[in-house]
Design a protein around this ligand. Structure first.
Ligand SMILES: [Fe+2]
Length: 447
């Protein structure tokens, strides 16, 4: 029997054997939330949602299940012993991989939205773009009180169980999940809508902003991002504000000249980095660090990044850190990828432009994997800042990136210059060049 055809037989038999699941947990909030499991799977599995009665026993005859198979996924419902498939998606109808992906570590997630009576299944980050399957129960819940009570009421708690189903022909073998490497998480919020990557200061928000949903308000940022945001939001946190009054307006010209001139210190640093990493030349940018590392971020937390025109980064993620990015000069295109990005040429989930003054953010759940690219005709400067979350007990010091051979590499976010060092070097270059130009002008005038 094909493992894509016998979903309900297997699940039904498994669920009858109470406590036979490989993983079981109560919903943290009553009948809503998002379950996710990151693991390497090479066999089918089911995720089953069922209730408990007032005496704490599992309710029999009623459950909802997500069945993940080799190349498809389905939602199935058992109503008083009658099992029906209510939604299915296969790889024949999609360009994406729908079922389990043998040999790859994948995050499979299931969202249960009690209030909207909507179930979703997806892979990777929890976004509209990563959602693969939906089952909408609004109509049936509106006309069937028993159904609504059993699955979507807020007065009886649900449990979520994960079952393995390796071989249906021998009737539901239960195999143990590799707990050693599987990572299970459970959020109290279902997947509803995307967050905006662009931050709007809450003090400047208006009703149109709320209505349009184009921004994430600063007070709604995750706490580590709020801290970072508050440290970089000041009006004088601009590249123009650096230096003495006579110098400050020249810093942008000085940086531009240093990038574009063959003898410029920034140009030479870009060449040196390319030679050392043997990477792709236009996947180079400069990291100019500010201040000290306090031990709560990957590398020094505040970094001025300089992106020459036509340059960008490879696809990379940030070691599960929180981050805030303020564009100080020019503009940059941000491409967002899923957490299993493996191909440097793959299409992003979504992209947006950030220009001078914009502030964007990232967290372990949102916008963590990205690629920044400067397609403008001038350099771009961004102020990037990072912080580990309070819940982070790993403090991964590395960022991960997709190499030019499509392998996952790690890099330590280090420093090409300190800010003061870079400032003094480029301004010294600029002053020498300015003097030379003035001298030439003077000679031309005299002649
Ligand atoms: Fe980044």
């Amino acid at each position: 029997m094909d493992d894509n055809t016998a979903d309900h037989v297997g699940i039904s038999s498994q669920v009858c054997k109470e406590r036979q699941s490989t993983w079981s947990r109560e919903f943290p909030s009553i009948n809503k939330g998002t379950f996710s499991i990151s693991c390497v799977r090479d066999t089918p599995f089911n995720v089953v949602i069922r209730g408990v009665d007032s005496s704490g026993k599992f309710v029999t005859g009623y459950w909802i299940a997500l069945a993940i198979r080799r190349n498809c996924a389905s939602f199935l419902v058992n109503v008083n012993g009658k099992i029906q498939r209510v939604a299915k998606v296969t790889e024949q109808t999609q360009t994406k991989a729908i079922g389990y992906e043998a040999g790859r570590r994948i995050t499979y997630w299931l969202s249960f939205d009690r209030d909207n009576k909507l179930l979703k299944f997806g892979k990777g980050y929890r976004m509209k773009e990563t959602t693969l399957l939906k089952a909408d129960f609004k109509k049936v819940a509106a006309t069937n009180d028993v159904f609504n009570h059993m699955f979507f009421s807020s007065d009886n708690r649900k449990w979520i169980d994960q079952y393995d189903s390796a071989n249906f022909t021998t009737n539901l073998e239960r195999r143990s999940l590799d707990y050693g490497t599987a990572e299970v998480t459970f959020d109290s919020e279902p997947v509803t809508t995307n967050r905006s990557p662009i931050v709007r200061d809450s003090e400047l928000a208006n009703m149109f902003d709320i209505e349009r949903g184009c921004f994430t308000f600063s007070s709604d940022l995750p706490l580590p991002c709020q801290t970072l945001y508050n440290n970089v939001k000041a009006s004088h946190m601009t590249i123009h504000s650096a230096g003495s009054p006579s110098e400050k307006n020249n810093l942008i010209d000085a940086i531009r000249r240093s990038i574009e001139s063959d003898e410029g210190v920034l140009h030479r640093k870009l060449l040196e980095k390319q030679e050392k990493s043997r990477g792709v030349f236009n996947e180079m940018y400069l990291r100019v660090t500010l201040g000290q590392n306090f031990g709560n971020s990957p590398g020094i937390p505040y970094v001025l990044e300089i992106w020459p025109k036509g340059h960008g980064s490879p696809i990379h993620s940030h070691g599960n850190a929180y981050g805030v990015i303020r564009v100080l000069h020019g503009g940059i295109r941000v491409h967002i990828y899923n957490n299993d990005a493996m191909d440097r040429n793959q299409q992003p989930l979504t992209s947006f432009d950030a220009v001078k003054g914009d502030i964007t953010w990232l967290s372990p759940k949102w916008f963590q994997t990205h690629r920044l690219w400067n397609d403008t005709d001038d350099f771009c400067a961004t102020l990037q800042c990072y912080k580990y979350g309070e819940e982070d007990d790993t403090h991964c010091p590395y960022f991960e990136y997709v190499s030019k051979t499509n392998e996952i590499g790690q890099f330590m976010p280090n420093s090409d210059f300190s800010f003061l060092e870079m400032y003094q070097l480029v301004m010294a270059e600029y002053q020498v060049k300015t003097k030379e130009n003035n001298k030439k002008k003077h000679e031309c005038t005299v002649m």
